[in-house]
Design a protein around this ligand. Structure first.
Ligand SMILES: Nc1ncnc2c1ncn2[C@@H]1O[C@H](COP(=O)(O)OP(=O)(O)OP(=O)(O)O)[C@@H](O)[C@H]1O
Ligand SMILES: [Mg+2]
Length: 257
């Protein structure tokens, strides 16, 4: 394990009943890198993100953060250690304002704050103001500053995806897991997303990007891990991967030159 590695997935295996969803997968992620996890539907990408986030416990193998095994650490503890995420399906709390959605993320930073938030007991007015300003800062960062007071449900789908990222950022992750952030976005929204994810590494955030949109992947990924039927089919630079015959056969077809 070298100092530049922030996260390491070591021989992880996960089963759903008899189905091997993730089969002996290993890879490492370097600090500030954007690593993309790709592969056909059902390849095990979301399952692997859930193992990294601590939502699922692997049947074998382990995930290490800065050299320390995370085995046995529950999801909230991993969030505290700096593993943040967005979800493939659930995007935002629809009955809250855009700003409140991000404030929820700010509250997740510490245990006490989470309890305060749950009981709706702000410790001081000053602290609430800090959270408000901080949430606004993250909204501005994703380009939604002018939408703060709108109901989240009224945002167009693409902006809900950006909001989900703002909320994840508010918990100050060091490693951010993104599950298909470009799904359903139009071209303009996609380029805003690409620009946003690029700016994350300037903020010292490492990203693991699960994505089917190869244009987005090729613009962002410094390293690609390809899963197929739960197994690591290949890994390498975008150029290596797009030329790999096994990857073309299993996933890319002839779409990517
Ligand atoms: N909760 C679950 N219970 C049982 N099987 C599951 C569960 N979640 C996923 N699976 C199965 O595990 C395998 C891997 O699924 P996973 O969702 O990780 O794939 P994925 O690579 O994220 O696919 P997609 O690109 O469609 O999102 C699939 O065969 C899927 O049907
Ligand atoms: Mg998935």
């Amino acid at each position: 394990m070298d100092a530049n590695t922030i996260l390491e997935v070591q021989r992880v295996r996960h089963l759903f009943g008899g189905l091997v969803a993730v089969d002996d997968v290993s890879f490492r992620v370097y600090v500030n890198q954007c690593l993309s996890l790709i592969g056909p539907n059902g390849a095990g990408k979301t399952t692997l993100l859930n193992v990294i986030a601590g939502v699922l416990s692997p049947a074998a193998g382990q995930v290490l953060m800065e050299g320390k095994s995370l085995n046995g650490q529950p999801a909230h503890e991993r969030a505290r250690l700096g593993i943040g995420r967005t979800f493939q399906q659930a995007l935002v709390f629809k009955d809250m304002s855009v700003l409140e959605n991000v404030m929820v993320g700010c509250h997740l930073q510490g245990q006490t704050r989470l309890i305060d938030a749950a009981l709706r007991l702000p410790r001081t007015r000053r602290e609430e103001e800090d959270v408000y300003l901080e949430a606004l800062r993250f909204l501005n960062f994703v380009g939604l500053g002018t939408k703060a007071e709108q109901m989240a449900a009224n945002l167009p789908f693409g902006q809900q995806r950006l909001l989900a990222i703002a909320r994840a950022l508010a918990s100050k992750p060091r490693v951010l897991l993104l599950d298909e952030p470009a799904a359903g976005l139009n071209r303009i929204e996609k380029s805003a997303l690409v620009d946003l994810i690029r700016r994350l590494s300037d903020m010292s955030i490492t990203t693991i990007l699960v994505e089917h949109d190869m244009e987005v992947v090729m613009q962002l990924a410094e390293w690609i891990v390809v899963l197929d039927h739960g197994k690591r089919l290949a890994q390498g630079t975008p150029d290596d991967v797009r030329r790999n015959p096994a990857v073309i056969e299993a996933y890319l077809g002839t779409e990517v030159e």
